[in-house]
Design a binder for this molecule. Sequence first.
Ligand SMILES: Cc1cc2nc3c(=O)[nH]c(=O)nc-3n(C[C@H](O)[C@H](O)[C@H](O)COP(=O)(O)OP(=O)(O)OC[C@H]3O[C@@H](n4cnc5c(N)ncnc54)[C@H](O)[C@@H]3O)c2cc1C
Length: 392
Amino acid sequence: MNQGDRLVIVGGGPSGLSTARAYRETSGAGSVTILAGEDHLPYRRPPLTKEYLRGEIPRKELPIEPGSWFEENGVDLRTGTKVAALDPGQAKIETEDGEEIAYDACVLATGSEPIRIPVPGGGDPGILTMRTVENSTELQRRVANGGRVMVVGSGFIGCEVAASLSMRSAEVTLVSMEELPQADRLGEGAGEQIKGWLEDYGVELHLGVSVEEIEHTGEGYRVHIGDSEMVVAETVLFGTGARPRTVLAEKAGLAVEKGGIVCDSSMRASYGRVFAVGDVALAYNEAAGRRLYVEHWGEALNMGQVAGTIIAGGEAVWNVAPGFWSTIGEETIKYVAWGDGYDEARFVDHGGRAFTVWYGTEGVCVGVLAHDHDEDYEHGRKLIESGAALPE
Ligand SMILES: Cc1cc2nc3c(=O)[nH]c(=O)nc-3n(C[C@H](O)[C@H](O)[C@H](O)COP(=O)(O)OP(=O)(O)OC[C@H]3O[C@@H](n4cnc5c(N)ncnc54)[C@H](O)[C@@H]3O)c2cc1C
C-alpha cells in the first residue's frame, strides 16, 4: 500500500492490534482504522480465567496498550462498531449502522466465540460462557460469597476457571466427557498431572461422563450427568470450546475450511485484498508445510505481525511453531506443537513437580509440553521447527 491508502481492520483483539502495530513499524503511511465490536480498548483475555477472575489484578490492567498509543500511532480505533458485511469485489465493508467504508486492504481479525452444548436446558441465558471481560466480571460477581459452580468442559478454559474459583473459595464441580482433563489434546500423562492439580485445589471431578440436561430451578440449576447423577449448582459455566467467527468471510464468498478462513503464509485470504489473522485464520505455516488452525494468544500476535508487515510492503511469512502457556491455579504448562495430532506421547518425570511430554509422529518431534522445565520447551521448539527426531 502507498501513502493515502486505507487499511481497515475488523476486530479489536490482539491480532487486529498487532496488525496495526506491524504496519506502522514497517513504515506503513496510509490510514489505519480498527473497527472493534467490543466497547473497550483491545485487552488481554488470558487473565480473565486467572488473575482477573481471582480479583488479583484490576480491570484497568487489562488493556494491551493505553488509549494514547492509538493517537500516537495514528490508528483510528472505533470501539462498539460491528461490521455487518464485507464486499471484496467493491473493496468495501458495511457496519451494522449502515456506514460503508472503502479499503485498499482489509484484515479480518474477528476471533472466535464460545460454543454452547446442545442439551435440553443448555440455552438458558443464565448459563455463562467465558470470552469477554463482562463474562469474567459476571462470574466474579456470582461467586463473591462463595457458592457452588458447575464447570462443563476440561479444556484449558474449564481447568483454569475451576482452579481459580476454588482458590476463591467457591465449591467447584467440573464435568467432562474426557477421561482425563485435556487428554484429547495433551495425552494421558499430562491429563493425569492436571487431574491431580485440580483435585489438590479441591475441585470435584466427574470425568468420562456427559451432561444430559440442565434444569433451571428457583435458586440455580440441577445438572443431570451420565445415567443417573445429578449435581446442584447456583452457577453453570460452559467451557465447551469456541468456533471461529467466519460469517463475514463466508457471506463474502472467501474460502473457509475446517472452520477457518483459508490463508497463505502471508495471511492473504483467497480473494481480493483481504487478509485474515488470529483465531479466525486457517493459515499455511511454512515450517509445517500445511495449514494449521490455532487459537493461541502468541499466534494472534504473530499472524498480525505478518499481515501488517506484508500490507506495508515488507516481507514476512508465518513459519514458527505455535505455542501457548496455560496456568491452572499456580501450575504453568508451556506447550508448543503443530497441534494437529501425534501418534506417540513420551512422558518424562524430572522429579519434584517437573515433567515434560514429547509428542511424535512416525518418530518426528511434533510437539512438547513442559512443566517447571523450560529448557525442554525452548529446545523443543527448535526440534519441531527443524523436523528433528523425537528425543530419547
Ligand atoms: C478466557 C480466555 C483465556 C485465554 N487464555 C489464554 C492463554 O492463557 N494462553 C493463550 O495462548 N491463549 C489464551 N486464550 C486464547 C487467546 O485469547 C485467543 O487466541 C486470542 O484472543 C485470539 O485473538 P484474536 O485477535 O484472533 O481474537 P479475539 O481476541 O477474539 O478478538 C476478536 C475481536 O473481534 C471482535 N469482532 C468479532 N466480529 C466482529 C465484527 N463483525 N465487527 C467488529 N468486531 C468484531 C470481537 O468482539 C473481539 O473483540 C484465552 C482465551 C480466552 C477467551
